[in-house]
Ligand binder design. Structure first.
Ligand SMILES: Cc1ncc(C[n+]2csc(CCOP(=O)(O)OP(=O)(O)O)c2C)c(N)n1
Ligand SMILES: [Mg+2]
Length: 342
């Protein structure tokens, strides 16, 4: 890391225990299978529009959740189905949202790219590349202004890191010491454009240097490494010492979205990353340290499969919204605050 990692002593860091590994395994496996199911439902045209999946990137979320505290918030881009599950949103409602059903998180009106649940501290779900970067700083500003506890984890991709608004946001956030962590989820590609094609150097973390913002690279295939870096950054923000930029190196196994011929990479490259798969890494620790028997692991796998099926059943059996709903929550609602002047 390229900042002082001794500010939190090892004894103060949140312990990573047997339970942590077990929870990581079950959670990450559920997120993976949940999204595999979404891919299958997309092919059946039950999920429409765009669908960007998170397969491979799970450790970036698992490590963060381990160290987040109650009032901490999260905001991200359109690869956003599993983060709210991690924050406590009922996955049945997320699957329903993707199927456009009235039981979804936004009554079926948001769809895949716009999962939102402020009551769970999840602020989207944003389709405009980089759009969430200033919004994340805004959430952090609000917490500081109203003297509320809470750190905002602002996720964005390597492609989004090339947006101009990132620089304006970094400048303000460090100048005002906002309680925000900037997390570049660097999966190597922006749609089909590799990181090395988009700048003179590949080290996205160096974008922090011009602002004297603490910054550094992190191994994003291992939740332990993510948790350590994240804890350091979150606690720095909580102390009032401002933002950190983490350049978390990760990988997505699936295409950018469901329609992607993937001519920009080879199968061999994908398979190299599968060898350091976060779920496999965690399972290896569980097995090596004998945290569970083979029978227990099998039972967890079954639990995950059943839970995914329950989500599918709920989503498929839910109704589509009534046509009238098109007029709700949009322009014609009487108490819509911005129309009061009419
Ligand atoms: C402002 C804007 N420009 C272009 C697009 C089209 N677009 C959608 S995703 C994407 C690539 C973003 O890549 P990255 O930030 O690395 O995120 P990843 O998809 O890898 O998670 C682009 C160019 C968009 N949605 N918004
Ligand atoms: Mg990317």
């Amino acid at each position: 890391m390229h900042f002082d990692i001794n500010l939190i002593s090892q004894s103060e860091m949140k312990k990573i225990t047997k339970e942590t590994y077990i929870n990581w395994y079950k959670d990450m496996l559920f997120w993976r299978k949940f999204e595999d199911k979404l891919a299958a439902l997309y092919i059946q045209q039950k999920v429409r529009g765009f669908l960007h999946l998170y397969n491979g990137q799970e450790a970036v979320l698992a490590g963060a959740l381990h160290v987040m505290k109650e009032n901490d918030k999260m905001i991200t881009a359109y690869r956003n189905h599993v983060q709210p599950i991690g924050l406590g949103v009922d996955p049945k409602r997320i699957m329903a949202e993707l199927l456009g059903k009235v039981t979804g998180t936004s009554k079926g009106m948001g769809g895949s790219m716009h999962i939102f649940s402020p009551e769970h501290n999840f602020y989207g779900g944003h389709g405009i590349v980089g759009g969430q970067i200033p919004l994340g700083a805004g959430l952090a500003f609000a917490d500081k202004y109203f003297e509320r506890d809470g750190v905002t984890l602002t996720y964005f991709g390597d492609g989004a890191a090339r947006q101009g608004s990132l620089h304006e946001t970094f400048n303000m956030a460090i100048n005002w010491k906002l309680p925000v962590v900037f997390i570049c989820e660097n999966n190597g590609y922006a749609m089909g454009t590799s990181v090395e094609r988009t700048a003179n150097h590949e080290d996205i973390w160096k974008l922090g240097l011009g602002y004297e913002m603490p910054c550094g690279p992190v191994d994003g295939m291992n939740p332990v490494k993510v948790a350590e870096a994240m804890e350091e950054a979150i606690e720095r923000a909580r102390r009032g010492d401002g933002p950190t930029l983490l350049d978390i190196k990760t990988y997505r196994y699936r295409g950018h979205s469901m329609s992607d011929a993937q001519h920009y990479r080879t199968k061999e490259e994908v398979n190299e990353y599968r060898k350091i798969d976060p779920i496999t890494q965690v399972l290896e620790v569980i097995k090596t340290k004998k945290y569970a028997t083979d029978a227990q692991i099998k039972a967890w796998d079954k639990e995950v499969k059943d839970k995914v099926e329950e989500c599918q059943k709920f989503a498929e059996e839910s109704s589509y919204p009534e046509a009238q709903q098109l007029y709700d929550m949009v322009y014609e609602q009487e108490d819509y605050p911005f129309l009061k002047h009419r």
